[in-house]
Design a protein around this ligand. Sequence first.
Ligand code: ZN
Length: 383
Amino acid sequence: MLKNVTVSDSKLQLEFSKSLKKNQIKASAIKGKELTRYVFDFKNVKLSNRLKKYLKFNGDIKSVRIAQNRRDLARLVIDSKKPYAIRYYQKAKPIFYIELPNSKLISNYKKSTKHKNVKKITSAKKLFSYVSKEPVGNAAKVIDTVYSTNLKHQYKIMVDAGHGGKDSGTYWHGYKEKTLVLRIAKKVVRRLRNLGFKVEMTRSNDRFISLGGRIRKANRNKADLFISIHANSISNKKRVNIARGIETYFLQTTRNARAKRIAAKENREILKGKDSATKKVLLNAVFTGPKIALSNRLAIDVQEHMLANLRAHFKGVKDGGVRGAPFYVLVGAEMPAILIETGYLSNPKERARLFNPKYQDLQAKGIVEGVVRYLQNREKEME
Ligand SMILES: [Zn+2]
C-alpha cells in the first residue's frame, strides 16, 4: 500500500506500508519535444484512498500524477519541462524518495490538501534529516535507451480487442481468441500511454460489443487511428500445421481492372525497383481514396515493425502480408483503420507462441512502433 505522498526539500517522498523490493520498482523515461515524462511503476502496490493523486509544481517539474494502473500496479508519472538525471532511492524504509530539482509545489495546492497531508509534510521533513543519499537507480540511463516519438501533436488511438463476452472468436484446445487479443491490446495500450498518446479501448474486459459499435465508438471519440487486434485460424484440419503467420488488413472496396491499369501507368516512377508485393500495395494505396490509402500505409508500417520485433527474438516468423479486405469492423471508420491477425490459433506451434507473454510484448511493441512511424511520416508530409 502506498499510504502517503509528500514533497519536501525538492524530493518526492512516498510512504509505503512496507519497504519495496528492487524488482517491484520499474522506472522509465520518455523524452518528448516539450516534456520529459518519468514513469515509475510499483508492482503489487495499492493506493490509499486518501492519497492526493495530482500534484502541481512551479519550476522545471510540471506535475506528478499517481494512479492505480492495474489492480496490482501503482503508477507515478512525473512530467518535467527539462530532462534531468532523476535519482530515486529508498533509505529510511519504507520511504521511497524521488528527487525533483528546481521545483516548488504550487502553494495554493496545499490549501486544498487535507490536514492530514499537511501534517505529514512536516513530520517527513524530520525523517529526512537522517537519510543519506543511496540511489537504487538512475533514470538518466533509461532516457538514453527509451524511444522518443518526436511527434508534434497528441493523437488519440482507439484500440479494439476483437470479440469478447459471448463471442469467443476462434477457439482451440481451450485457447480463446478473445482472451489472447485482449492481452495483446492491453500491452499496446500501456505502451502507447507511456509514449504520451491518448488511448481508448472498445473493451477493456471480457464483454460483448457489436462490430458496428466498435467503429461508432472510435468515430464518436474522434480517434485519429483505429487498431483492431485479432487472431486467425483455419478450419481445414489438414492444414492446421501449415497455415501460420501475421497478416495486417485494411478495408478495401472493389475496383475495376481498367482503373488499375491506369494507375499502374501513372505510377510507374514510384514503382521502379519495388518488388511485386510492394508494387501491389502501392497501387492499391494510390487507388483507393485518401482514407483507405492511409489505412494501407498504416498497415504496412505496423506489419513491418511487428515482424522486425518478433524476428529479433523468434525464429521462422511468417510474413502473411498486408492485404485489403472487406472487413465489416472497418466499414464506416472516419479514420485510418487496420485489423491485425496476430497469428493462427489453429497452428499448435504458433498458438504456443501467441500465448507467450514475451511474444505478445514484442507484438505490442511492433504495433506501437508501426503507429509511431506512420504518424511521423504523416507529420513530415504535412510540413
Ligand atoms: Zn477475430
